[in-house]
Design a protein around this ligand. Structure first.
Ligand code: ADP
Length: 398
């Protein structure tokens, strides 16, 4: 009988899910990918098959007001389709694994407690990740839940890259640079040997440019540094987050503008970045289509900041062999790739405009000293693989 894994990525107002089939050892095939979004406002359910064709799409009752209710909807959808199927595990994307979790982990009550303890470090994500684990464990008693962390891939970074230079009594309580998007970077690092073997063991910057955006400096496939730090606010300009800003600005918001902690949090997570600069949209497509000077400035700043961070990470790596673009903007916007590559030409990147408009993966000229690539990420597949591997290890040792 086929084995299946369910992959869940729970956010504050959405639940993304994937069903993977495991037809043979170590192979995970996507069967369905779905989304329940608008949870608490105008909930909507949609599922597509592996080829992207719609399987189901409908508005949900407004009573679907939290993650638990969303999981009920998902369970009701799964039940008739996968009746009698062997679900080997549920893999969860968990944003924060703190200092403790260096790898995916089967969730036990003790692990769950540790994950709850990390909520203050990622208040906008971790509570929903934890709630999804609890709800899935209740619905599927006896099915192992595996937590896969966005931070784990970065835990091998040199100590100096993880420093937050504040007094020890503060840093001792866990204030350090963690880095995020680790499942995406790990997936790319597993693909590099096949897709771009000439750089797989070299010095590579991977640019994960989605509505959340970061870059990772990789040497020999391992994370050396990344632009996200203690929280998901650092580094690049993002859809609604500013990226790195002078911390004095935050003091000013409190002391001179009198904003409350909640207002400051809202400003930093929901109103800044591309949306803040443009005043129009957090979506790169809208900004690229707009003639509004503020929209142009937002795009200019996005590119400027990206090029600046590539330079910084190249310095950390002691040079650069390859640049990889991934995630929504990185995979779909030739214009942004072109502009970032041009701004990084001094490093030896020569983008090939025709290849950049095509289907990749290589988008640089043959003569380019540093090669540039587009490689679609697949965090869910990474989670499915981890889930299978962790549970396989347990079975093997039983
Ligand atoms: P998330 O961080 O939510 O997973 P994604 O990786 O899906 O984000 O990226 C979403 C972003 O990708 C959108 O906000 C949009 O700005 C951008 N995007 C998607 N398609 C295009 C495109 N064709 N051109 C420019 N930007 C795009």
């Amino acid at each position: 009988m086929n084995a299946y894994a369910l992959v869940l990525n729970a956010g504050s107002s959405s639940l993304k899910f994937c069903v993977f089939r495991n037809p043979e050892p170590h192979v995970w095939r996507l069967e369905a990918r779905g989304l329940i979004d608008g949870i608490g406002t105008a909930p909507n359910f949609s599922v597509k098959d592996a080829g992207g064709a719609a399987i189901d799409q409908r508005r949900l009752d407004i009573g679907v007001h939290d993650g638990r209710a969303a999981l009920e909807v998902l369970a009701a959808w799964l039940r008739p389709r996968y009746a009698g199927a062997r679900v080997v595990g549920v893999g969860h994307r968990v944003v924060h694994g703190g200092q403790r979790y260096l790898a995916p982990t089967v969730v036990t009550p003790a692990v769950l407690k540790h994950l709850r303890d990390l909520v203050p470090l990622a208040p906008l994500h971790q509570p929903y990740n934890v709630a999804a684990i609890e709800a899935a464990a209740e619905r599927l008693p006896g099915v192992p839940q595996v937590a896969c962390f966005d931070t784990s891939f970065h835990r091998g970074q040199p100590e100096v890259a993880q420093v937050v230079p504040l007094p020890r009594e503060i840093t001792r309580a866990g204030v350090q640079r963690y880095g995020f998007h680790g499942l995406s970077y790990e997936y790319i690092s597993t693909l590099l040997p096949q897709v771009a073997p000439e750089i797989a063991h070299g010095r590579v910057v991977v640019a994960h440019l989605g509505s959340g955006a970061s870059m990772c400096a990789m040497k020999d496939g391992r994370s050396i540094d990344s632009t996200l730090g203690f929280t998901a606010l650092d580094g690049l300009c993002m859809g609604t987050r500013p990226g790195a800003i002078d911390p004095g600005v935050v003091l000013y918001l409190f002391q001179s503008l009198g904003l409350s902690p909640k207002d400051v949090e809202n400003t930093l997570y929901k109103k800044s970045g591309l949306l803040g600069i443009s005043g129009v949209s957090n979506d790169m497509r809208d900004l690229l289509a707009s003639r509004d000077p503020a929209a142009r400035l937002a795009v200019d700043y996005f590119v400027y900041r990206a090029a600046k961070e590539i330079g910084a990470l190249a310095a950390v790596l002691g040079g650069l062999d390859g640049l990889v673009f991934t995630a929504g903007i990185g995979e779909n916007s030739p214009e942004i790739r072109q502009r970032i590559c041009e701004a990084s030409a001094w490093l030896g990147i020569e983008v090939d405009p025709d290849a950049n408009q095509g289907h990749g993966p290589c988008i640089s000229r043959r003569s380019s000293r540093v090669s540039a690539w587009v490689i679609p990420t697949n965090e869910e597949l990474m989670i499915a693989r981890h889930t299978g591997a962790v549970l396989g290890l347990i079975e093997a040792s039983a």
